[in-house]
Design a protein around this ligand. Structure first.
Ligand code: SF4
Ligand code: SF4
Ligand code: SF4
Length: 158
């Protein structure tokens, strides 16, 4: 699994129809949720979600949750949320956080905008805007700035 945790897999599952109809090609909605998070499926591949009006709000929420994770598959980012102590070292060490939010995250303060990769929410680090990571794209650099200062090895790129 890449760039997410089982907590978010459950969050995704709650927004799916939960009928296990298999139209998406997966055996259960939970399996489809895991595939969404790993980037191997898109939510548009769940026909009931796309067609049925009663799922409109869920579809919108899924879009909001999954968008920040775009890019996690390519970079291979995994956050082991259960290991994260929320110390914030990665937040201040990530050069993207520093460049995009020099007066907030880059100084160890709360983010002042939505362009950061790492932020700590309720004592656990969360990633977004993963396409901004230096490990993303054709000119990628194997940056380790978030990995090395993490005291608990909660960040991994696979
Ligand atoms: S098509 Fe949608 S409702 Fe059916 S199993 Fe897949 S995720 Fe669940
Ligand atoms: S690898 Fe570098 S650019 Fe990417 S999230 Fe970690 S610190 Fe930021
Ligand atoms: S450095 Fe490690 S423990 Fe600290 S907030 Fe980041 S992921 Fe969590």
């Amino acid at each position: 699994m890449r760039g997410y945790t089982m907590t978010s897999a459950m969050e995704i599952y709650q927004l799916l129809p939960k009928t296990n109809c298999k139209e998406c090609g997966e055996s259960t909605c939970m399996a489809f949720g895991v595939a969404l998070l790993s980037g191997t499926k898109r939510f548009t591949e769940c026909p009931p979600l796309m067609k049925e009006e009663k799922y409109r709000d869920s579809k919108q929420k899924l879009e909001e949750i999954l968008k920040p994770l775009e890019g996690a598959e390519e970079t291979g980012l995994i956050i082991h949320e259960e290991l994260c102590s929320g110390c914030g070292n990665c937040v201040v060490a990530c050069p993207v956080n520093v460049a995009n939010d020099p007066h907030g995250s880059g100084r160890g303060l709360g983010p002042t905008n939505g362009k950061v990769i790492f932020r700590v929410i309720d004592g656990k680090v969360k990633a977004a805007n993963v396409k901004e990571c230096r490990r993303f794209g054709k000119d990628k650099i194997l940056c380790r700035a978030c990995i090395d200062p993490c005291p608990t090895e909660a960040i991994e790129f696979v």
